[in-house]
Design a protein around this ligand. Structure first.
Ligand code: CMC
Length: 428
């Protein structure tokens, strides 16, 4: 017998269907609530609101479980390449050899960006934040590739648009970095791996051979996989909502890049390093920073701590903490900020305030330390997150489109002035 939820409003009883997920997650389907009762629900920040039924990522925040299409994140981070994981998220299954070859070849074919786009970069001020440049550049791709705007949703055009975007994001990201620091841009080198090619465009200089360091390549591959999807987070929900108006993929993902930039979301990785640097520079005891984070009259928060869904531990943070130790060891980097991070984690995890609220280090707490060790400048940290998150955004946009989901349009409860008469300027 199918489950239902009963609600009593103004003395009248209403029944609503209960939906069960494949992992037995439960939801009350209130899509007919307003039509039958005249009421809406109120849930700022959508803390209890499911916006879709998705088959992409499973996340159990209480037990720290994260799986892409059924595969454990720990296993994917250990054994897969980022491009395989991208295929998995977008097309639903791990690719076989032929599928992987085709996907790789197609992505490789599209890595160069239109020469005219270089002029856009020239117009940005020196030192422009790469995230601002990246979101503008991604949106502008739709003007170069009008088939991305195809309202018939032709599958060939959609695939071409997807492959182009995956191919061009690393090129645009590296160009944004080069512009930020005033260095010449590099053309892609298509005999390199997806990650290796990005490294070449980031750190290579004209007329010199760039050698891809396999330790860095493997660390970036892992970091990208760990960031590749995280179900209905702020930027992904943004991509889906923008896409629900039938806006093209480039515009939808550009909006996702903007949403990711904020320090409460992907921008936290930059904010964490800035916070750890400030702690080091000030030399004040860690407890004073913890006290500030607990003080409700102080807007300071411990960056890299807490998560909307994980209230026990963030499985990505565990993997990254271990990887940070390994990578720093392999590269022979001794970063004092890593020690501060470990001490801060220790103090916070033993503090009742953090324990009671389930505030644990999240993915961004240790990722910035690895990025630093790999030579990535702080301004580029959130760009790295965006590169990793791209397949998730695309997979979610594709799912939303294929499910023909309705346009995203929440309701509100109006609390402003009731009707009043207009008064002329003289009378005000
Ligand atoms: N430092 C101090 N107090 C905190 C923190 C923190 N980092 N995070 C949450 N709290 C407190 C918050 O003040 C509230 O306390 P109270 O119940 O007394 O009012 C309680 O914990 C619950 O916090 P919330 O803001 O209601 O929780 P949320 O689910 O709305 O916010 C969050 C989640 C990630 C935005 C928040 O924990 C935060 O701001 N963390 C710091 C920024 C950060 O690291 N963001 C990266 C998130 S992971 C990467 C990603 O996927 O984007």
């Amino acid at each position: 017998m199918s489950e239902t939820a009963r609600m009593i409003l103004d003395g009248q009883e209403y029944e609503f269907p209960v939906i069960s997920g494949s992992e037995n997650e439960k939801a009350i389907d209130i899509s007919k609530l307003r039509g039958s009762t005249g009421y809406i629900t109120m849930d700022p920040g959508f803390k209890n609101t499911g916006s879709t039924q998705s088959g992409i990522t499973y996340l159990d925040g209480e037990n720290g479980v994260l799986r892409y299409r059924g595969y454990a994140i720990e296993e994917l981070a250990e054994k897969a390449s980022f491009i395989e994981v991208a295929y998995l998220l977008i097309y639903g299954d791990l690719p076989n050899k032929e599928q992987l070859q085709y996907f790789n070849d197609s992505v490789t074919r599209h890595t160069i960006v239109h020469e005219n786009m270089k002029r856009f970069f020239d117009a940005f001020p020196l030192g422009a934040h790469p995230m601002g440049m990246l979101s503008s550049m991604v949106a502008s791709l739709s003007t170069f590739y009008p088939e991305s705007q195809n309202p018939n949703r032709d599958i060939t055009d959609i695939d071409l648009t997807i492959h182009r975007l995956i191919a061009k994001l690393p090129t645009l990201a590296a160009q944004a970095y080069k512009h930020n620091v005033g260095l010449p841009t590099m053309y892609p080198k298509n005999d390199l791996s997806y990650v290796g090619n990005f490294m070449h465009m980031m750190w290579g200089v004209p007329a010199e051979d760039y050698e891809v360091n396999p330790i860095v390549e493997s660390a970036l591959n892992k970091l990208f996989i760990l960031h590749a999807d995280h179900e209905q987070n702020c930027s992904t929900s943004t991509v889906r909502v923008v896409g629900s108006s039938q806006a093209n993929l480039y515009s939808s993902v550009s909006a996702g890049v903007s949403a990711l930039w904020g320090p409460l979301h992907g921008g936290a990785n930059q904010a964490v390093i800035e916070m750890l640097e400030a702690i080091r520079a000030e030399g004040s005891p860690l407890q004073s920073w913890i006290d500030r984070a607990k003080d409700k009259t102080d807007s300071f928060r411990l960056m890299g701590f807490g998560h909307r869904v994980y209230k026990n531990f963030d499985p990505r943070a565990r993997i990254i903490k271990k990887a940070a130790d390994e990578v720093l060891g392999q590269l022979g980097v001794n970063d004092p900020v890593l020690d501060i991070a470990k001490q801060l984690e220790e103090v916070a995890l033993n503090d009742e305030y953090f324990v009671k609220r389930g505030l644990y280090p999240n993915v961004d707490f240790y990722s910035g330390i690895i990025y630093r060790a790999l030579g990535i400048p702080t301004d580029m940290f959130t760009v790295m997150f965006a590169l990793g998150r791209l397949p998730g955004w695309i997979g979610q946009w594709k799912e939303m489109t294929e499910n023909r989901e309705p346009i995203g349009r929440p309701r509100q409860v109006y609390v402003g002035a009731t009707e009043r008469a207009f008064t002329s300027l003289d009378a005000r």
